[in-house]
Design a binder for this molecule. Structure first.
Ligand SMILES: O=C(O)C1=C[C@@H](OP(=O)(O)O)[C@@H](O)[C@H](O)C1
Ligand SMILES: C=C(OP(=O)(O)O)C(=O)O
Length: 451
């Protein structure tokens, strides 16, 4: 079993004392109306932009999970005053510089912080050390950091060049034109855009090649606009220009986390139940909302309300299709977990970049599905999953919240599924197992860790 990196678990995490949870299929069809906390992606964008802004921001409906905790904590280390009252964060913006001129920043396992904060740091002046989990230190970051070096940041690497841990000495971003690759992660582009208004000259970002998960860049541009900065993109979307300016503090309500909603809609799909999530619509800015169209194609009934989305399942999910996951690849694991229960194979493509996420997600899901006796073909950019009846097994989660939540779905339909290291869900959904238990799924935690 994969040894978790417990340092990444924040005070907002749960279940850390348990080595395993058994998932027991619900006794009767799941039927519920629920709400979800705020989006991880929107929370961390809003926190960093509010910290850069002039004046006070009030962010309503933040996500309280490891990824947002380490973001908040890093901003506080930089001298930004942030108060959290329930699910609201009140941020006193620093106006584009950081009050503390030296800080040691630990960013956990969060790709969003590792890719969004360095540019924002480089826009100010000071010296900062940034460290993260072992896995985060292996994830791609070099293209962004090299761009920042080209714009004036002095970055020293403790181990491998272009990776965490690092120390940055900065005195403002020079600005100008830069080229960033789009195929590894959309977060490089988002990261540079967030800090771009504070550069000494306007910034133009040119995206090299196709970009994965483009909607997250659109989400960044919309959040910048909310705080008063309008960037402009050429019609092909590959070149984005950002004017100089200063964000202004704002009050805003964040959308619920659609990526987390997907596990609950999938729960309805797989158990032939019904889950309505209030406060979300199919017009959500997050790309994972595409799952409702796919569940519909698989035979589920969808109600697309003015202020809710409801999924009702079916007694046999339909398969027999190929899906390109490039635009919403966080849900590759969810669809792969549903696929054994479909009536024909499902092939997922376009997701080579998820080999660089919290784990090599393509290799990991293939390995775990095979442990269940499910036939899987692994491809460089995805996988094909064949219909089958999952056998009882203890499944590894690779310190990856999405592996844990997706594999749990299998236990909601099949007997004998045990999930290792349930605590890893706290990266984005710390109370995941309590939430499914409230809906009638059995959860039995076992093997208390020592010490
Ligand atoms: O910008 C964001 O908030 C995100 C972008 C995506 O990452 P990549 O573009 O690195 O794949 C996504 O997988 C991640 O969960 C959140
Ligand atoms: C890829 C993910 O996270 P991040 O890149 O933000 O760490 C995710 O949440 O699935």
């Amino acid at each position: 079993m994969h040894e978790p990196n417990f340092e990444t678990r924040s005070p907002w995490s749960r279940y850390g004392e348990w080595q395993e949870v058994s998932i027991i299929p619900p006794k009767r069809a799941v039927d519920g109306t629920i709400t979800m906390p705020g989006s991880k992606s929107l929370t961390n964008r809003a926190l960093i932009i509010a910290a850069l802004a002039e004046g006070t921001s009030r962010l309503v409906g933040i996500l309280k999970s490891d990824d947002s905790y380490w973001c908040l904590n890093s901003l506080r280390q930089l001298g930004i005053d942030i108060e959290v009252e329930g699910e609201t964060a009140i941020v006193q913006g620093g106006g584009g510089d950081w009050p503390n001129k030296y800080a040691e920043l630990y960013v956990g396992a969060a790709g969003t912080i590792a890719r969004f904060l360095p540019s924002a740091l480089a826009a100010g002046s000071g010296r900062w050390k940034m460290t993260g989990s072992k896995r985060l230190s292996e994830r791609p970051l070099a293209p962004l950091l090299h761009t920042l070096t080209g714009m004036g940041a002095d970055i020293r690497y403790e181990n491998a060049e272009g990776c965490l841990p690092l120390t940055m000495q900065t005195k403002g971003l020079d600005g100008g034109s830069c080229i960033l690759p789009g195929s590894l992660s959309s977060q490089f582009v988002s990261g540079l855009l967030i800090a771009a208004p504070y550069a000494k000259t306007p910034v133009t970002v040119q995206i090299e090649g196709g970009i994965v998960q483009r909607d997250y860049v659109e989400m960044t541009l919309r959040m910048m606009e909310t705080f008063g900065i309008s960037a402009s993109a050429l019609p092909d979307g590959q070149t984005i220009s950002v004017p100089r300016g200063r964000y202004q503090g704002r009050s805003l309500a964040l959308e619920p986390d659609v990526s987390t909603c997907c596990y609950f809609w999938a729960l309805a799909a797989i158990t032939n139940g019904r889950i309505r999530i209030d406060g979300v619509t199919v017009k959500a800015s997050q790309p994972d909302i595409e799952i409702v169209n796919v569940l519909e194609r698989m035979g589920c009934s969808i109600r697309r309300g003015e202020s809710f989305v409801e999924v009702s399942g079916t007694d046999r999910l339909r398969g027999g299709f190929v899906l390109n996951m490039q635009k919403w690849s966080d849900q590759t694991l969810t669809i792969a977990a549903l696929a054994p229960f479909a009536d024909a194979p499902i092939t997922l493509t376009g997701a080579a970049h998820i080999r660089h996420h919290e784990c090599d997600r393509i290799a990991a899901i293939c390995t775990e599905l095979r442990k269940l006796g499910i036939r899987v073909d692994e491809h460089p950019d995805g996988l094909t999953v064949y219909p089958g009846r999952p056998q009882a097994a203890l499944l590894d989660t690779y310190d990856d919240h999405r592996m844990a939540m997706a594999l749990s779905l299998i236990g909601m339909k099949s007997d004998g599924i045990r999930i290792a290291d349930p605590g890893c869900v706290s990266k984005t959904c710390p109370d995941f197992f309590d939430r499914i238990a409230e809906l009638g799924v059995g959860t039995v935690f076992s093997k208390r860790r020592e010490g």
